[in-house]
Design a binder for this molecule. Sequence first.
Ligand code: NAD
Ligand code: DAU
Length: 331
Amino acid sequence: MKVLVTGAAGFIGSNFVLRVRETRPDWEITVIDALTYAGNRASLAAVENEITFVEGSIADAELVDRLVSANDIVVHFAAESHNDNSLDNPWPFMESNIIGTYRLLEAVRKHDKRIHHISTDEVYGDLELDDPNRFTETTPLNPSSPYSASKASADLLVRAWIRSFKINATLSNCSNNYGPRQHVEKFIPRQITGILDGVKPKLYGAGANVRDWIHVDDHNDAVVAIIEQGRLGETYLIGADGEQNNREIIALILELMGKPADWFEHVNDRPGHDLRYAIDSSKLRAETGWRPQYQDIRSGLRQTIDWYAANRDWWEASKAATEAVYTRLGR
Ligand code: NAD
Ligand code: DAU
């Protein structure tokens, strides 16, 4: 199978390519990535002789048309992915997440290919802390931030192309990923690399916000399961029953890194900060048999901390620029 992976110099896409090189060695992989601030070719260094890497934007219609026509399936990770950035400057989110997805859909339609669209649980908005319900595939879309609104827009485009043009497509909406090769702007790597640099973790507001954490390899194994076993036209929610609030995550990181439990500081909250995400992944589990391999966030975080400690070269260059943005934003 010839597979075009968009955004594979980023966190989840690079882990996807590394993983399927092991689990699906017969897949021929081509990558398209614009190498924005979030893209890092070093993430693919271990397989660079085994894949084709094309630097370019998914908003480039001619390039997308050529690459889609030469492959069997598009696995679509490319996006602007950080909420704080979308609150600062929404435009890149509109261009990459909405226009870029539109370009891919039109090429998939023209050449009669398949697309698997990667999305997020954030399209469903947020839940109260004591709400017994979790998100399911039928939860109405209710995004809060420019980022999540742009992802919900892309999801709606994919659904419309399925319904109106009968394209071969599947969608998945996953909860918060953690693991190696995540940009240092994100919550967990920001704190780990900060501690490695002697800086206290930064907690937005009171830190009661809950995220439903999943290891990136579990997310990517679910994506492979949907590609191979998912029903065309369907949406699947991906989650590993990993709800933790932000205070609990910081406490665990501090413990694992040998720091006192109170060695963190509160900073300004994110405007419009979603309170809680929680995923019911029963449909995915029932239809594909997928189960998360990382049952225990403690062991997954241990592996993640060890990776950042051993790979300073990978993150050091972007750390200062990232913290300069946070200083400007007051967070
Ligand atoms: P990331 O920011 O680490 O990587 C995004 C990659 O896309 C980068 O390599 C970047 O260069 C590339 N890119 C951005 N705009 C592009 C464009 N116009 N053309 C080509 N490449 C472009 O993001 P991530 O965390 O790996 O997220 C990947 C996907 O998974 C996104 O669609 C995101 O919405 C989704 N998702 C992320 C999470 C999470 O917890 N990180 C959870 C659920 C879903
Ligand atoms: O739910 C899936 C989403 O998870 C993905 O769609 C997004 O691409 C991904 O970035 C992530 O979004 P969040 O906004 O939840 O992730 P982030 O890492 O930015 O923040 C996680 C939580 O931690 C959130 O409640 C904000 C908080 N936070 C974040 C940072 C960077 C802090 O308390 N301190 C921080 O320094």
